[in-house]
Design a protein around this ligand. Structure first.
Ligand code: PRX
Length: 631
């Protein structure tokens, strides 16, 4: 076994040799001719000339050895159901879904938007798309009609797959009315809408456009839909994520690079074996759901668990009862979920036998030391932080324990992963910081390794302009996170450099929330900032200037307007984006040239010192904020 340091070095210094070896971990119909084509930076083409299929690598390839092993177990504590599918059964279901999508006109290269709760059919739909070379674009079920409409418009899907309702805390959340409204709002209209009826909410079906999954499935019970062999560079999916500007970006992923990257991560990062069981508690609407609920574990021949429900219902022992029952070996969650569990007695975690667990991986937001320590003590298994992004598809910083066992340092997600040429950049002059313990922007020198985004969907220019900077002779990808690296190569992430906030592991753009709030008829201007929160990591807080404040005479009137604004965000973006508070002010803190003093506003909202305010136009603005938040 090489040391991790040697393994990492080889991945950077002998890039093509390294990745040619990793490419052996998957099945190719035609092997690649060239490992990496970086002749047109920053666009990297991985495994050029190779043809493969993501669904083949996730399912068909395992039929020979493990057809009857469970592939997917869909557990819902909302509907009290558990459905298990062997690789053979999953193969059959995915072919049925593929046949149905084809009957609705979906072809290679077409987009299919998936707006679904955490049910097995969502997995069938994703796998069916990549099976036939169509691109899925999963939209998180917690998003409402406005967010959904903008994604429909950008992805231009031929078909949409959805369900009557999701369920949260035992209450059903109807999806169909939101979907109908989103389609009405969007300039692009899908040809077909495929609805899974769970019997949770009534649905108005539109003749000619809307179809019932169960009825169409019954017509394709014996469907045999072969995998479409696609070029390695053929896009497998797009997934929207927020940045500084209001409009979400469609992160576009390839096929071959992604399949190889996931297969390699299952081996080197997760030290996973076929036949083991992986339980990621994320949602298919997020990147963790794509990489580590659906594709990664299946590519590795593991059983994957999909979970619909809360971590604390019926009680705080529910996830650990699943670990015991299914002998889960690998678990993946987010710090917020752990902070929720931390409010309950640790004995809930100890009621069950979790000795099968090799480790618990946590990602999506900073993992604070007390939270890491609490869960480490409660479970007595290694806790492994990992840092990455929708854009990268797999961890940038963590510990590759499959290569060499490394020591966890609480507070640090760990070391640069193989393939990522991680740099820290001095923001003031754009130069690389090489000495340890200096704060800079976490950046990656191109080419990005396999599995990372190819481009922004239909917007190469935006990809280049948003993410890439040149430092003499080199192109560098910015993560928009601050970080430092210590002398041993352990990194620490210190928050975003842009206007993205992270609420309970959900990445949100403050500009999107501002746009939604400003569309309220009585709001003239608004600023939204992320404020530290002990449970959710951050929450959104809005400071709004009403157009007409004459009615805001007392707390009741202010609360009424605050309620209206929150409802507006709920209905346009979804409850995930709802600000924790909306405060009304007469003026926002700005510079004399009219630029919003966002950092100062955030500091005061967090009861911190706002720093240098010499450029501020009107000191009353920050005083009002101080009075409102009580600092
Ligand atoms: O700011 C970083 C934070 O979440 C951002 C990426 O979010 P998303 O695109 O939703 O992808 C999540 C994939 C796990 C990052 O730019 N972030 C993610 N993981 C960590 C983190 N911050 C600190 N520590 C982490 N482990």
């Amino acid at each position: 076994m090489p040391s991790y340091a040697d393994f990492y070095r080889q991945s950077i210094d002998q890039r093509d040799t390294f990745w040619a070896e990793q490419a052996q971990l998957i099945d190719w119909q035609t092997p690649p001719r060239q490992i990496c084509d970086y002749s047109n930076p920053p666009f990297a083409k991985w495994f050029v000339g190779g043809t493969t299929n993501l669904c083949h690598n996730a399912i068909d390839r395992h039929l020979k050895d493990r057809a009857s092993q469970p592939a997917l177990v869909a557990i819902s504590t909302e509907t009290d159901t558990e459905r298990s599918y062997s690789f053979a059964e999953l193969h059959a279901e995915v072919q049925r879904m593929a046949a149905v999508l084809q009957s609705l006109g979906v072809k290679k290269g077409d987009r299919v938007l998936i707006y679904m709760p955490m049910i097995a059919e969502a997995a069938f739909a994703m796998l069916a798309c990549v099976r036939i070379g169509a691109l899925h674009s999963v939209v998180f079920g917690g998003f409402a009609s406005g967010s959904l409409a903008s994604r429909i418009e950008d992805a231009e899907p031929v078909a949409i797959v959805s369900a009557d309702a999701g369920s949260r805390g035992g209450k059903s959340v109807p999806y169909k009315p939101l979907l109908d409204e989103a389609i009405a709002l969007s300039k692009h209209k899908p040809t077909a809408v495929l609805m899974v009826d769970r019997g949770l909410a009534p649905m108005a079906m539109r003749a000619g456009r809307d179809h019932d999954w169960a009825a169409l499935r019954a017509q394709h019970l014996n469907a045999a839909v072969p995998c479409e062999w696609v070029e390695s560079t053929h896009p497998s999916y797009t997934l929207y994520t927020s940045g500084t500007t209001g409009k979400p970006k469609g992160v576009q992923r390839d096929t071959g690079g992604y399949t190889v990257a996931l297969a390699a991560s299952m081996k080197h990062i997760f030290d996973a074996q076929a036949g083991q069981t992986y339980f990621a508690t994320s949602d298919i609407g997020w990147v963790v759901g794509h990489s580590y609920i659906i594709y990664g574990p299946l590519i590795a021949g593991m059983t994957t668990i999909m979970y619909e429900g809360l971590p604390t219902r019926p009680d705080a022992g529910v996830w650990w009862s699943i670990v015991e029952k299914y002998k889960v070996t690998h678990m993946f969650s987010a710090p917020t979920a752990v902070r929720v569990l931390k409010k309950h007695d640790a004995s809930w975690l100890q009621k069950y036998d979790v000795s099968t667990l090799k480790a618990l991986w946590l990602a999506g937001e900073p993992l604070d030391e007390p939270t890491a320590q609490w869960i480490s003590d409660a479970l007595s298994v290694p806790i492994i932080d990992n840092y990455w992004q929708t854009e990268t598809g797999w961890p940038i910083l963590t510990l590759a324990n499959g290569v060499e066992q490394q020591t966890t340092r609480f507070g640090s997600p760990g070391k640069a992963m193989y393939g990522y040429n991680v740099k820290l950049i001095d923001e003031s002059n754009g130069e690389e910081l090489t000495a340890p313990n200096q704060k800079g922007v976490v950046a990656i020198e191109g080419p990005l390794p396999p599995g990372c985004m190819q481009t922004v969907w239909r917007d190469d220019e935006r990809f280049v302009n948003t993410y890439w900077k040149s430092i003499p002779g080199r192109l560098i990808y910015s993560t928009f996170d601050w970080g430092i690296r210590d002398a041993d190569g352990y990194h620490f992430i210190l928050g975003r450099t842009d206007d993205v906030i992270n609420v309970a592991g959900h990445r949100l753009g403050t500009r999107e929330i501002e746009e939604s709030i400003s569309s309220h008829p009585n709001i003239a201007e608004v600023a939204v900032v992320g404020v530290a929160d002990s449970l959710k990591g951050q929450v959104a807080m809005a400071f709004a200037v009403p157009r007409d404040a004459s009615g805001l005479v007392d707390d009741a009137a202010r609360l009424k307007l605050e309620g209206e604004v929150m409802k507006q965000v709920d209905s346009q973006l979804g409850a995930v984006a709802r600000p924790a508070r909306v405060y009304f002010v007469t003026v926002l803190p700005k510079t004399r040239s009219g630029k919003l003093l966002r950092r100062a506003l955030q500091a005061v909202a967090e009861r911190r010192d706002p720093g240098d305010l010499t450029t501020m136009d009107d000191p009353v603005a920050l005083q009002q904020v101080k009075d409102l938040v009580g600092s």
